[in-house]
Design a protein around this ligand. Structure first.
Ligand code: CA
Length: 492
């Protein structure tokens, strides 16, 4: 009955010093005290590229144990440090969510010769040339691992497509294997068919591949004792395999794993379709809600706040909804860059942390800050992401007070609010949240008879005066322009 809260404990640009698992372990106590229940960690296996966060996976069995791709450790540390980090999080009663990247492989050990057909970037169903013999890196033998944990070797029959740098650009090839030259069936028809994402794109129609990935899943869970998964790039994976893999883990370990799938689409109807297709075996990140936050933050007072939750899982299918404000893909300089402007972040965090629906994810930089630099579009940028100073307060309110009946007042273009009326099991619980993206505002809201004649203060500290509820539990709460105030019982 306690509120669940996830922290995404990484961002794209953390330094490649191999100290991240140790650092995360050192923060376990603080994370738990702030009320987090789940820690989402980055991909833990060896990447093909130095410093890359782990999404360009080379070897799923190398958690920083083998001298591959130039180092034993990963960006985050060694296997021992990873296991110690998970152990430390568990000791603090935190569940650990692992990032599972199954769609593609990068950095093959050997080139192979096989038949393939180039396709158009904008329409992967359109062949731009005849079938031909190509050389491409698709053979993975993991020579330094020497078959430890698995003797499975990947070759071109394990992939549906591959990209090659040639003639000054990248060509996407559909591999002609025993499944023909057709892409796998995925739901998304972006680019005609969006099976292919990057590198050597895994062929899930190959039953040996499916078995190997299930064997790997069992090994990984047994080895690391992780509690849940964040399934990367499911838009590019045939949905039936996701269901098959999740159910296989569930059956083998006789337990339910907390499962979040990353399906990047702004259209909530497509997310519904995906959830129906996988029979709700995972929840989804609420991408449309993030997108609404992004727009609201840019449009400032012109954004109609009554529409903030429209078209989101949060509003329409909250039992499958994992909310977030920003993540490693949307942060400045990244591929899906759509940052939520800083002034709006306290508001967005209040929305995901203090409402009843969804399970919220807090992005590392919002709590810890982040500084990094990088190039985009031929320009160099220095980025400083500041700590959201209201965040610790909002987290404590989520942990202790944001319970009970929710009543909405999403009725004004600039000033919206809601109350949580509290529950008996949590003394002085309940809160009244008021948000403005325009001028100073106020609203009369109903905290219920159990909260009659109580004094309330703004926990965010923007407004100093106290507000008293009347004999029915109603109070007229205030908010400063462009901010959020969260009114809690003074007795707390
Ligand atoms: Ca794919």
């Amino acid at each position: 009955m306690e509120n669940k809260t996830i922290i995404q404990f990484f961002h794209w640009y953390i330094s490649d010093d191999g100290n991240w698992w140790n650092y995360c372990a050192s923060q376990a106590k603080r994370i738990a005290e702030l009320g987090f229940t789940h820690v989402y960690l980055p991909p833990a296996y060896k990447s093909a590229f130095d410093g890359e966060p782990g999404y360009a996976v080379y070897d799923l069995y190398d958690l920083g144990e083998f001298d591959q791709k130039g180092k034993v450790r990963t960006k985050y540390g060694t296997k021992e440090e990873y296991l110690r980090c998970i152990d430390e999080l568990h000791k603090n009663k935190l569940e650990v969510i692992a990032d599972i990247v199954m769609n593609h492989r990068n950095g093959a050990d050997e080139e192979e010769l096989f038949k393939a057909r180039p396709v158009a970037h904008e329409n992967r169903n359109e062949f731009v040339d005849e079938e031909k013999d190509i050389h491409a890196f698709t053979k993975f033998t993991f020579p330094a691992r020497q078959d430890k944990y698995s003797a499975f070797k990947w070759d071109f029959r394990c992939f549906s497509g591959v990209d090659k740098f040639e003639n000054g650009g990248s060509t996407i090839y559909s591999i002609l294997n025993e499944y023909g030259d057709k892409w796998e069936d995925v739901l998304d028809n972006e680019f005609g068919n969006y099976d292919f994402l990057m590198g050597a794109d895994v062929e899930f129609r190959n039953e040996h591949v499916r078995e190997e990935l299930k064997n790997w899943g069992k090994w990984y869970i047994e080895t690391t004792k992780i509690d849940g998964f964040r399934l990367d790039a499911v838009k590019h994976i045939t949905p039936s395999f996701i269901k098959e893999w999740v159910n296989a883990m569930k059956e083998f370990f006789k337990k339910d794993f907390f499962c979040i799938a990353e399906y990047w689409n702004l259209d909530v109807n497509i997310l519904f379709h995906y959830l129906d297709t996988i029979e709700n075996c995972a929840s989804l990140f609420d991408v449309p809600l993030h997108h609404n936050f992004h727009h609201a933050s840019l449009e400032k007072k012109d954004y109609d706040m009554t529409k903030l939750l429209d078209g989101t899982l949060f509003k329409l299918r909250s039992f499958n909804c994992i909310t977030f404000v920003e993540n490693h893909d949307t942060q400045p300089l990244q591929a899906l860059e759509s940052p939520v402007d800083f002034w709006f972040q306290p508001i967005a965090y209040a929305v995901i942390l203090l409402r009843e629906q969804g399970i919220p994810t807090v992005f590392f930089p919002a709590l810890y800050g982040a500084s990094y630099s990088g190039d985009k579009g031929g320009q160099h940028f220095e980025i400083n992401l500041a700590i959201v100073k209201e965040l610790e307060t909002l987290l404590m309110i989520r942990k202790d007070l944001a319970y009970g009946l929710q009543i909405d007042y999403l009725d004004h273009g600039n000033v919206i609010g809601w109350v949580r009326q509290g529950i008996k099991e949590k003394p002085n619980s309940g809160c009244a949240v008021l948000i403005s993206n325009g001028d100073d505002g106020f609203k009369t809201m109903d905290l219920g008879k159990d909260n009659a004649n109580k004094i309330y203060i703004d926990a965010c500290g923007h407004i100093e005066n106290e507000i008293k509820t009347d004999e029915n539990g109603q109070g007229t709460f205030e908010v400063k322009g462009g901010s959020v105030s969260v009114w809690i019982s003074k007795n707390k």
